[in-house]
Design a protein around this ligand. Sequence first.
Ligand SMILES: [Zn+2]
Ligand SMILES: [Zn+2]
Length: 271
Amino acid sequence: MIKQNLHTHSIFSDGENTLEEMALAAISKGFSSLGFSDHSAIKGCEDWCMPREKYAEYFLECERIKEKFEGKLEIFIGLEMDVLSEKCEYPLDYAIGSCHHVVKNKKRVCIDNTPEELIEGAKDLFNGDMLLLCEEYYDEVGRIAERDDLQIVGHFDIITKHIEVCKGIVDVTSERFIEAENKALDKLIKAGKIFEINTGAMARGKRTLPYPSERVLKQIAKAGGRITISSDCHDADFLDCGFDECLTLAKKCGFGEIYYLECDGFKAHKF
Ligand SMILES: [Zn+2]
Ligand SMILES: [Zn+2]
């Protein structure tokens, strides 16, 4: 298996390690390439996002690491672009499009923080209708299809994050939920976006399975959609967390290839 991770955080946002430590971990784990993707700036989320004023320093440091490890590890420079962030004027090799909030009437709820915050947000913004909140979430995710600056869809169904530990929070088998999910999937697949199988929450002990669900992966495979594997890494020790399981899962769901970023764009590798 080719080892690449395009979803890597560092101390520039909410990661535990420096970019250089991440690169060293990648080399020691046998990676051929690594993509940096710290969180883009969102006003009011400075505790986990990279402030706008740090962009210049981030891109300089990415370039320094790229040069330093040339010949040993190929470095790609990217961002995890939240859909609420302003477009980035620095040149990027790629960007992950992610949705971490649901917004209504200029109020927003962070959907991947705590179950309590999610439930409170549904009460406050949607009269307690969690399904309505989920529909709003998938509408927003679907709009990534219209953005040509975003190539990868980050953690497609992160809205389901708290379900394993907080059963009953929302019925993911309900017709409304599946319809909202499918509508977003359809738009994103048609736009040629690449979905990541993301093991980040597994590494942090929040889930036992990656995003997205088997149901979603099977839908993507059936429609001829594209996937990549990422660890949404916030800690160098977990850079390749669950990669083998992801490959097995991808095969089980009907995929025959995985996409990797190369110097001239995304390329499929059969397995
Ligand atoms: Zn994210
Ligand atoms: Zn991330």
